[in-house]
Ligand binder design. Structure first.
Ligand SMILES: NC(=O)c1ccc[n+]([C@@H]2O[C@H](COP(=O)([O-])OP(=O)(O)OC[C@H]3O[C@@H](n4cnc5c(N)ncnc54)[C@H](OP(=O)(O)O)[C@@H]3O)[C@@H](O)[C@H]2O)c1
Length: 288
């Protein structure tokens, strides 16, 4: 019997990339929802939806992701990133398994080697704290869940760093970009495929290896390095790129200076691909 998968926040970057893949995963029936069709702040709505549609898996892509705005909209941010996750966990209990997405911003960025799942979290922003609390309530309410922390997501959909840099590169003659925050860009299409491959593997083995996992593309760069590559691959030549320190680009929310994620655990547990970030960027730009 085909298994039913609910995608929440399906109109976001990751949700849309999952939708692109639906036709390649014919063994599943997908239910793509967003706040207008399934508001995660309403527990009854979720409970009814799971029951009526006999949902087996939930991929929670819904989130409050406006990192700087969150500093002023703390209540709303917690409502979506923590309280809605609790709603989902309670509604899913005994019925559906949850795959939830979290972030590298749960770390303080003081590390010098890639973060492992067991490293201590210490978020520096409202967004990071709300996501950390989302992880905690999920593992309390539904310990059989999977949490995937990812980083620096971009996709064909919505607004993201890649699209913004291409626009600015065409509009401006010079651009300053931060060169002292290290991380790994992640093409949301790669993460979407990894999530669905984890579900396929779990179905085949009848084991959902619960817990926290790290997933991003492979490699390390800075926002400046990322932009250089975007410009090179997009043939943007008339905009001078200048590397600057974070201190010259103040933002409302603090970002970790280093947030490279160690992907060993996810690669050893599941048959997922972790492509190099440059290769995935090239693929995305060809489609853009
Ligand atoms: N973007 C990144 O760089 C990044 C990095 C690391 C981790 N992550 C995590 O990865 C996941 C996916 O991120 P993303 O970039 O795809 O996010 P996104 O593009 O902002 O999408 C989130 C979606 O959730 C929806 N949503 C908000 N409140 C909701 C509610 N109450 N009920 C149902 N849906 C609701 C949003 O709708 P509205 O747009 O109408 O609010 C939006 O469509 C998130 O958990 C995020 O924290 C993202």
């Amino acid at each position: 019997m085909a298994k039913n998968i609910l995608i929440t926040g399906a109109n976001g970057q990751l949700g849309n990339e999952l939708q692109v893949l639906f036709s390649q995963y014919q063994d599943f029936i997908f239910f793509a929802t967003d706040v207008d069709t399934l508001n995660l702040c309403n527990k009854k709505e979720i409970t009814d939806f799971i029951e009526q549609n006999e949902i087996h898996y939930i991929v929670n892509c819904a989130a409050y992701t406006a990192v700087d705005k969150a500093e002023d909209e703390m209540e709303l941010c917690y409502k979506i990133n923590r309280d809605a996750v609790r709603n989902l966990a309670e509604a899913a209990q005994g019925k559906a398994k949850i795959i939830h997405i979290s972030t590298d911003y749960v770390f303080d960025g003081k590390a010098t080697v890639p973060y492992k799942e067991t490293d201590t979290t210490h978020p520096q922003s409202v967004y990071g704290k709300s996501k950390e609390e989302g992880e905690i309530v999920l593992l309390e309410q539904a310990p059989e869940s999977i949490i995937i922390r990812t980083a620096w997501l971009y996709s064909l959909f919505g607004n993201n760093f890649v699209k913004t840099m291409i626009r600015l590169g065409k509009e401006r003659t010079s651009l300053n970009v931060v060169n002292d925050q290290m991380g790994t860009p992640t093409y949301a299409a790669d993460l979407a495929k990894a999530i669905l491959d984890i579900i396929v593997f779990s179905e085949n083995t009848q084991i959902l290896a619960s817990g926290i996992y790290h997933y991003s593309n492979a490699g390390i760069t800075t926002w400046f390095g990322f932009t250089e590559k975007i410009f090179q691959l997009s043939n943007i030549k008339n905009c001078q790129l200048n590397p600057i320190p974070t201190s010259e680009y103040p933002t409302k929310a603090a970002r970790p200076a280093y947030s490279v994620l160690d992907k060993t655990k996810i690669k050893e547990t599941f048959p997922v691909a972790v492509p190099e970030w440059e290769n995935s960027l090239e693929k995305m730009l060809l489609k853009l």
